[in-house]
Design a protein around this ligand. Structure first.
Ligand code: AMP
Length: 486
């Protein structure tokens, strides 16, 4: 029976799937331990997605795949990795909003086309995926996932070009938005970045093999040497140990590398387009101290997200840095717990105050960003009940006023506290004595030192690629996977 409320929830879920994916990708070509190396690479990229992961390996003739919900270390054991033979492998870690957290959306996606077998691991979000999907469905296409990335597979399968490589380029020429991809064809590893260069993708070498990874921290872990980053709009094809470069897309005027990768998302030990993340965050902290100075006794980071900016703030201001909150590392990221009720609980589980450091002190509490405001509301209360005399909150980024449509998971605009409240209202809601955000101008100044142009749409509300928000036909419903119960 058609139930409008349930259907509305499913539609919302499907829409959410299309816009909110955070992912990491990895690929290796020409190494006897391809699956093991991919496992390690994904391990280093775990922060980019914690809900599902997968590895596809290939001997050239046979292809093997294992995908599952869960963390890399839980999903892949020695025995599973042994069942992934071959000198070629790609892998993926994924996080999406609650609606999309289903096994069918776990990547890499695999397809057998009349041109051969392909597997695709995608990081980013395609803003025109809804209309392409509707068009293809109208022509009889059957989609087996709710993820935007599947349109690439479907377009590739239908392309009239000859080789899989040409078909992939044909498919990518039709999609708009963000993609950093690794693709496995029977004989080639293909890596590609969209013309705006929203998401990172680096190339490395290991024992003569080629490696592609979302972040350089994955190259470090496996002991690969960094070769270079892919350019925006570049496609590289690695076949029989040789790398060929193509630039098949219409170039755009400026690069739009996601500034939030630098601010929060990437690991501080990574270099994004040759810019060290740690150094950048420290610079933001310094700029924050110059913009929002306040007499205080200690600078305290929100671990781990505000750590590096807090160090910068402390150095610039001369106020001592103290880790006056201890983080329990066995709790998953607060932000990604599926329900608001659990999120509230999660903050308390995650951080505990060090009373001895806080008692009677004036605190500068530094974090990278405020999204819904949940974390800071809890932490300010916690610091006060541990004896802090004053709590001054400093945020090493401008107010988050717009959702990301290019691959960072952010809630809807209505849920973003800075989109709906003034700074004074936010200060009152989180219970701080003062609140200071880094200005957009200061961020632009620090970003000016980067070796590339940036996208700051979540702070400036200026979206470099128009976003398509299309309503899905209301009669649509989804099959929901149910877990086996033992
Ligand atoms: P909230 O409690 O909703 O205000 O979330 C703020 C916290 O979430 C901060 O500590 C941020 O470091 C972190 N955060 C910001 N953006 C994201 C994101 N896209 N995914 C996960 N965590 C995030």
């Amino acid at each position: 029976m058609f139930c409008p409320r349930r259907n509305a929830a499913l539609l919302k879920e499907r829409e959410a799937d299309r816009f909110h994916d955070e992912c990491g990708v990895f690929g290796v070509h020409g190494h006897s331990e391809a699956a093991n190396i991919t496992y390690l690479g994904l391990y280093a990229l775990q922060h980019r997605g914690q809900e599902s992961c997968g590895i596809v390996s290939s001997t050239g003739r046979e292809h093997y795949v294992h995908r599952s919900m869960g963390l890399v270390a839980d999903v892949f054991g020695e025995k599973t990795l042994e069942k992934l033979p071959g000198r070629f492998a790609i892998g993926h870690v994924r996080y999406s909003t609650s609606g999309g957290s289903q096994l069918r959306n776990a990547q890499p996606f695999c397809a057998t086309t009349d041109g051969g077998t392909v597997a695709i691991a995608h990081n980013g979000n395609l803003v025109n995926a809804p209309s392409i999907r509707r068009e293809l469905e109208g022509r009889g296409a059957i989609f087996s996932t709710t993820a935007d990335s599947e349109v690439i597979v479907q377009l590739l399968a239908r392309s009239r070009e000859r080789s899989l490589e040409e078909r992939l380029i044909d498919a990518l020429s039709r999609v708009k938005g963000a993609f950093s991809l690794v693709v496995m064809t029977p004989d080639a590893l293909i890596a590609a970045r969209d013309p705006h260069g929203f998401r990172p993708l680096s190339l490395g070498r290991l024992d003569g093999a080629w490696v592609a990874a979302s972040e350089t921290c994955a190259l470090d872990l496996i002991g690969a040497t960094f070769e270079r980053d892919l350019d925006p709009g570049e496609v590289v094809v690695i076949r029989r140990g040789r790398l060929r470069t193509l630039r098949p897309f219409t170039p755009v005027e400026t690069e739009h590398f996601c500034v939030f990768e630098h601010i929060y998302f990437a690991r501080p030990d990574s270099n994004l387009n040759r810019n060290n993340v740690y150094t950048f965050r420290k610079e933001l902290g310094r700029a924050l101290a110059r913009e929002h100075a306040i007499p205080a006794d200690v600078v305290v980071p929100v671990l781990d997200s505000g750590n590096t900016a807090a160090l910068g703030y402390a150095e610039e201001s001369g106020i001592p840095y103290e880790q006056a909150m201890i983080r329990n590392h066995y709790v998953r990221r607060t932000f990604i717990e599926p329900a608001q009720a659990i999120r509230h609980f999660g903050v308390k589980v995650k951080h505990n105050a060090v009373r001895g450091v806080l008692e009677g002190k004036r605190i500068v509490l530094v974090d990278d960003s405020i999204v819904r405001g949940t974390t800071l509301t809890k932490l300010v209360t916690m610091l006060r009940s541990a004896g802090a005399r004053e709590v001054h909150v400093r945020i090493a980024a401008p107010p988050t006023i717009g959702p990301c449509y290019y691959g960072i998971d952010t809630p809807t605009r209505e849920e973003l506290i800075a989109a709906t409240h003034s700074q004074e209202e936010i200060r009152r809601l989180i219970g701080a004595d003062s609140l200071g955000y880094l200005s957009l101008e200061a961020l632009s100044k620090v970003s000016g030192g980067l070796k590339h142009g940036t996208c700051d749409a979540c702070f400036s509300d200026k979206y470099p690629v128009a976003v398509e928000v299309e309503k899905v036909p209301p009669q649509l419903s989804l099959f929901r996977e149910v877990e086996e119960e033992r």
